[in-house]
Design a protein. Structure first.
Length: 181
């Protein structure tokens, strides 16, 4: 999504929604470039340069992602659900473990390696969310990996998630964000 707005004008801001690689605006056209939960899909060799080319001097790039983490003593729901993911062929790689909140890396090194931005600030925020089983299934249905699942996989996953539990403690999800100027 691309937003163009100038407080000096009385016109409302214009918003463009398109793929990062398909956006063709004049260089240095934006004060702010923002990506939510999609930045990690973009090629690091391209994404920072494209954003930098679009930003005016003093502009900001901001992005965030949300990742599942399980704190020590956290809800065992996710570990139990892995049997279902294994059964439908979507399990974790062998030897993979659930990360703890302190184990998430921020993107500072990657941003600095691009060599395009001055000050880099990265912040991690954690929170816990409780869902009913139906709410959690609706959330899963928004994840790209789940959207791509075959019908039989979705039916099996839904039946197991909605099993005997009425409420799912989703554990902690840690958001990673970076604001770059």
């Amino acid at each position: 999504m691309w937003l163009r707005y100038s407080p000096a004008h009385t016109d409302p801001p214009s918003i463009r929604r398109n793929a990062h690689h398909e956006h063709h605006a004049p260089a240095r056209a934006f004060h702010f470039v923002f990506a939510a939960t999609a930045w990690h899909w973009l090629d690091p060799a391209v994404k920072y340069r494209r954003a930098w080319q679009q930003l005016r001097p003093g502009g900001h790039l901001a992005f965030w992602s949300a990742e599942h983490v399980v704190p020590a003593g956290g809800d065992p729901f996710f570990a139990g659900l892995q049997d279902v993911y294994d059964e439908i062929g979507e399990g974790l790689p062998p030897g993979a473990t659930f990360r703890r909140p302190a184990e998430l890396a921020d993107a500072s090194a990657e941003i600095k390696a691009a060599g395009l931005f001055g000050e880099v600030t990265a912040r991690l925020f954690d929170w816990e969310i409780s869902y009913t089983a139906d709410e959690y299934i609706r959330l899963l249905d928004t994840f790209s990996g789940h959207i791509a699942m075959a019908g039989w996989q979705l039916l099996l996953r839904r039946s197991r998630v909605a099993g005997p539990r009425d409420q799912v403690r989703a554990g902690r999800r840690l958001a990673q964000g970076a604001v770059i100027s």
